[in-house]
Design a protein around this ligand. Structure first.
Ligand code: DOR
Ligand code: ZN
Length: 360
């Protein structure tokens, strides 16, 4: 990373190796173009989640989805979508082998059935997917985990912690060589579990979990555009996540979970979970790292640790950000509708100055 402090008449600048986003929702259909353009603005590659309707459960479906994403971007794009399969009770070891052999599927996503958006086809019992997990372990394929239990009697603020103590602990014990990414961690306990586990267990951390605690969501009025799953937790957890992200430990890396929903779907009596951060993801992370006094740790978090974990080469190109204030628009186009971004109508401290404009 090269940091040039501000000088009279010139803002500060940082130049970092281009990051990847190891967890994103690009959707499908008319909104996909906007979501993909926002991510391709700053990231070289992104691991694209498979919770479409219907879900991406086969390599053939992942291949087709990849083609649609690339077709929605300008022909000149260098952005590379990396694909995932959606794990169901019926996923066969043969499907895992086919996914591995395709070279385009990097991970299999485990949604506990009913845990979040479009998770109805997810895993009903961990025991049902043991043959698929064994195949993944044998192939060195990554299991990407939405780590929340869905039991009605477990409080929503405890669902990640209980998942970690029960399901994840069992998974890691029964498949000691399986590569696991605990996605969008939101608690101190999840960070501690990942840290204590072997080198094949890692975690992604989102910008919203680094920048906001649950008061931002619920105190003084409910803010549906900050509602995501796992839900934002207490400030003590945010502090723990910031420590993990800025620790320089390669187990923690960048995954935005940018998850656009049309405005009406969020501002509803039963609003969808998901924060849209693709429009300013890198800037949001840089702000969080700067506030923690750890700007110099951002580059590896975004560029090195995820690539190393997934076994792909690190990006060698760079992006440049300037310490130049800008206002996030109140909304962005999202197909025929609009999406309210993180920080809508508020100021950002950092601006990407050599990327593509989002939403164009
Ligand atoms: O908040 C979330 N939104 N969490 C998820 O796990 C899924 C995502 C979505 O797809 O909207
Ligand atoms: Zn997600």
């Amino acid at each position: 990373m090269i940091f040039s402090p501000p000088a009279p008449g010139r803002p500060g600048r940082i130049v970092v190796r281009q990051p990847d986003d190891w967890h994103v929702h690009l959707r499908d259909g008319v909104g996909m173009r906007n979501a993909a353009a926002a991510t391709a603005r700053a990231f070289a590659r992104a691991l694209v989640m498979p919770n479409l309707r219907p879900p991406v459960t086969t390599t053939a479906a992942a291949q087709a989805y990849r083609g649609r994403i690339l077709a929605a971007l300008p022909a000149s794009t260098s952005f590379v979508p990396l694909m995932t399969l959606y794990l169901t009770d019926d996923t066969s070891p043969a499907e895992i082998s086919a996914a591995r052999a395709s070279g385009i599927v990097l991970a299999v996503k485990y949604y506990p059935a009913g845990a979040t958006t479009n998770s109805a086809s997810g895993v009903t019992r961990i025991g049902h997917v043991y043959s698929a997990l064994a195949a993944m372990e044998a192939h060195g394929m990554v299991l990407s985990v939405h780590g929340e239990v869905t039991d009605a009697d477990v409080d929503i603020f405890d669902r990640e912690r209980v998942f970690v103590d029960t399901v994840l602990a069992r998974l890691v014990r029964d498949f000691p060589a399986l590569k696991v990414v605990l996605e969008h961690i939101s608690t101190e306990e999840a960070a501690a579990f990942v840290l204590a586990a072997g080198p094949h267990v890692a975690a992604t951390i989102t910008p919203q979990h680094l920048l906001y605690a649950r008061n931002a969501l619920l105190a003084g009025g409910i803010r549906p555009h900050l509602y995501c799953l796992p839900i934002l937790k207490r400030e003590r957890h945010r502090q723990a996540l910031l420590r993990a992200a800025t620790s320089g430990d390669p187990k923690f890396f960048l995954g935005t979970d940018s998850a656009p929903h049309a405005r009406q779907m969020k501002e509803s009596d039963c609003g969808c979970a998901g924060c849209f951060s693709g429009h300013a993801a890198v800037e949001l992370y840089v702000e969080a790292f700067e506030a923690a006094g750890a700007l110099d740790r951002f580059e590896a978090f975004g560029n090195a640790f995820g690539a190393d974990f997934y076994g792909v080469p690190r990006n060698v190109g760079t992006i440049t950000l300037a310490s130049q204030e800008w206002m996030v628009p109140a909304s962005y186009p999202f197909g025929d509708e609009s999406v309210i971004p993180l920080r809508a109508g508020e100021a950002m401290r950092w601006k990407l100055i050599d990327g593509q404009e989002p939403g164009k």
